[in-house]
Design a protein around this ligand. Sequence first.
Ligand code: UDP
Length: 411
Amino acid sequence: MSTTEVAKPVLPVLQDYAAIVGEPEITELRELARRLAGRHAKMVNSTAVGGGVAEILNRLVPLMEEVNVPTRWEVITGGEKFFHITKAFHNALHGAPYEGAADWFDTFLATNEENRRRMQFDEDFVVIHDPQPLALIAQRDSRPSHWVWRCHIDLSNPNEQVWDFLKPWVDRYDASLFSSPQFTRGLRIPQYLFFPTIDPLADKNRELEAVFVRGVLEQFHVDPARPILTQISRFDRLKDPVGVIRAYRLVKRYEDCQLVLAGGSATDDPEGAAVLREVEEAAGGDPDIHILNLPPWSHLEINALQRGSTIVIQKSLREGFGLTVSEALWKKKPVVASAVGGIPSQVIHKLTGMLVHSPEGTAYQIRFLLANPSFAKALGENGHQHVKEHFLLTQNLRRYLTLFLVLLEGD
Ligand code: UDP
């Protein structure tokens, strides 16, 4: 087993964002970073592709480098059993029952220990993402390095057995970061609110020519002339793709619409294939349900599917944040999404989108928006502004730089 460093593609530079967020914001970021010049950071997570964490790190790490806070992104490795266990932890932390075998906690710690032995921790700041690499903190020595646990999971109602096991590890960190105030727990360490963010210049979000969008719809046999309802999500039960199909069927009784369920899988999620089969079964061969199992490099296709949609759905049962919601709002799309996890931070009911609690509610709001296109358009416009103010990559950079400065002050 060895840790792998993630390759860095050619990316936009900080100055490119001035056109979107304004020159003063960029100047302030440079000023903050200047105070950290020469400091090093490390980000650790458990997958290089798939899911929101990889999506964020892909864009954040190069910007940190550019502002002279060299940042190394490393991905821990583990066997099939380890990722099966961490997926069970993930579900349990989201409130699902936990039926782990007696040796699971030991296996979790042993894999963390194997990774720890192969990694070096020479940086000033180590940011550990989510529970999978949590126990790397065992490395902590007396050096003045600062350890931060970035939790992307909704911890508002965790399974106690799993949380009681993880909590003492979390309490060894200097600080914790959560995506919503509701997710914070009774910890001995400071807890900070850190919204995840999207990159407006990434292939996933940048402007596209209408002809390209149309071409992608045609490629997937989606008819641009009829309403298109879309959910983009990994095939994961917590994203409730089967519930989305139920909602679509309720709408379909009245509107000749189509449903696109586009997803893929993350390397740290072993359940994807089984969920995809469940979704195919639920679709029952309906030619207007397009189930697209996309490879991880499909950023432009996902961008085009979101832009080509009439309404974007995110019917999660549990959600850390739900980057897909901000992605759709940025594209000025009317969004119908569950009032769970970090989604209500993004979707303010009737202002930046519609919040729902069931397949029936989802269908009701979709029908309402299809019947009221000018209201739907206004939601999208407001949503774009809301994302611009709170959920763009430059804000994430600002939060990390500020956090690092705060940590240094405590030395
Ligand atoms: N995504 C993707 N391909 C897929 C499904 C999702 O690139 O097949 C992206 C999606 O556009 C978003 C991220 O993965 O940027 C998912 O983040 P989110 O916070 O919505 O959910 P998570 O997967 O982290 O639970």
